[in-house]
Design a protein around this ligand. Sequence first.
Ligand code: ADP
Ligand code: G6P
Length: 483
Amino acid sequence: MSKTIIISNRLPLQISLNHGKLDVTPSVGGLATGLKSFHRDGDSIWIGWSGLTTEEIPANLIDEVSQKAKEQACIAVNFTEKEMEGFYYGFSNRSIWPLFHYFMEFTEWETWHWETYKSVNQKYADAILEHYKEGDKIWVHDYQLLLVPNMVREQRPNAIIGFFNHIPFPSYEVFRTMPWREEILNGLLGADLIGFHTYDYERHFLSSVSRILRHQVNFNEVSLPDRMVKVDSFPMGIDYNKFEQAALNHFENTLESQSDLQQRLDHHRKGAPGAKLILSIDRLDYTKGIAHRIRAFEYFLEKYPQYIEKIRLVMLAVPSRSEVPQYQLLKKEIDALVGRINGKFATVSWTPIWYFYRSMPFTNLIDLYASCDIALLTPIRDGMNLVAKEYIASRKDQTGVLILSEMTGAAQEMNEAILINPNNFEQIADAINQAIEMPVEEQISRNKLLQKRLKRYDVEKWANDFMKSLSKTQENRQSNKAT
Ligand code: ADP
Ligand code: G6P
C-alpha cells in the first residue's frame, strides 16, 4: 500500500538526554504542532532530526532513539555537531530565515554553511530514498530543505513530490541578494507542487523564478523543458476540534483540578474591578516583534494610566535557536525591558508584565488562551502565526479580542481581529484601549465569524487540499504522456 512520506527538519517529537536517560517532549513551532494531526490520522511516516547530535547520543542509546521515534511512526535522522552548526545554526537560521523575513541586515553568507546545507539536504534526500516505494507521495517541508525536492527527483524522475514552505517567500528584490539563488530555485522546482501560506508569497516566488531562471510562468504553473510545476497557496489551519474540546474541558475544571497557573490568572482577574489579562505567546524570535510589543505596552501604560493595577501582560516566550547571536541579544534585550518596565510601573500589589521563558504543557497553554481577555500578537514578519488561530479556537464563550499584526499570514484570513502595524506604537496602544473597551456583543460577533472560518479551514482541510492538488499534478502528468 502506498504511503505519504513527510519530511521536515524537526520531528513532532524532541528527544533529549536527562541524566543518561532519553526524554521525549513535543516539539514547539507551527510546522510540528500543525502537521502532527495529519500524521496522527493518516497513513504516513515522518522523517526528521531527532533533536540530539551524533556526539550526544551514548552508544548504548542509539537503538532507543530510533525506537522512541518509531513509536510515533517517525524516522530519526542524526547529525554531527559540525553539521548542525553549518546547516541548522548556519545556513538555515543565519541566512535563509533572516532573508525570507526581510531582516537583510542579519544575513550571513558563509560558503561552508552553504556546503553543509547542501550535504545535509542530500542526507535527508537519501533517507527518503531509503524508505520510498513507487506510488508513495513525498511531502517535503520548509526552508531547511529547499534542495531536497530536486535531489529526490534526480534519483526518481517519476516520484510524486510536494513541497510546502511554512515561512514567507520574500519579494524578488530581496531574494535576488542570495548568492546561491539559482540553486535554491532549481532545488524547489524538483517538486510537482509548491505550496505557500498566502498568494503574496506565491507571487514573489513565481516572480523570482521567471526573472532569475527565465522559465516561462503561466498563471500559477512553471514550464520546465520536461514537465510542469504547479505553485499555489494553502493557508495552514489548526486542529480546531482539539482546541475547542480542550477549552470545553477547561471550563469543566473544578477548583481542586485547576492548575496553579489557572489559580493565579483568576486571582489577578478578581483582584480589581475591570482587571484584565493580555496574552502574548511566541518562540523567542526577532521576527515576532516581542521587544516592540513590550515598548508599545509601556507606551500604553503611559498614555492610559487609568489601567495601572488593572491590566497585566502575560508574556510567554519559548527558547529558540539560542546559539544564534541575534537570539542571544534579543533574550538580553527582553530581560532588560521587562525588568525596566516592571521596575518603573509596579506597585505593592501589581506587576505589569508576567514573563515566562519556557515551553509550557498543552493544558497550561489552554489555561492561558481561555483566561486572557486579549491576545496581543505583533510579529514584524510571520509566515502564518498559528497562535492567533489557537487563541480564537479556545474562546468557548466567544468573548476575547485578538490584536494581530498585519505582517502575519494569518491576518489575511482574520479581518475581524484588530489589525495593527507592529511599528506603530500609538496604534498598538490605542488598539489595546479599544480591546479593553470593546462591548461583549461586538467581541462575540467578531469571534463567531472567525471561529466559523477556522473550523471550516482547519489543518485537516489544509493537508487534504494540498494532497488532492498534488495527486492532480500526477494525473495531469500521466494524461500529458498519453497524448
Ligand atoms: P512559529 O511556527 O514561528 O513558532 P506559530 O505561531 O505558527 O509560530 O506556531 C507556534 C506553535 O508553538 C503554536 O502551535 C503554539 O501553541 C506553540 N507554542 C508557542 N509557544 C509555546 C510555549 N511556550 N509552550 C508550548 N507551546 C508553545
Ligand atoms: C517555524 C519554522 C519551522 C521550525 C519552527 C521551530 O515554525 O517554520 O520549520 O521547526 O519554527 O523552530 P526550530 O528552529 O526550533 O525548529
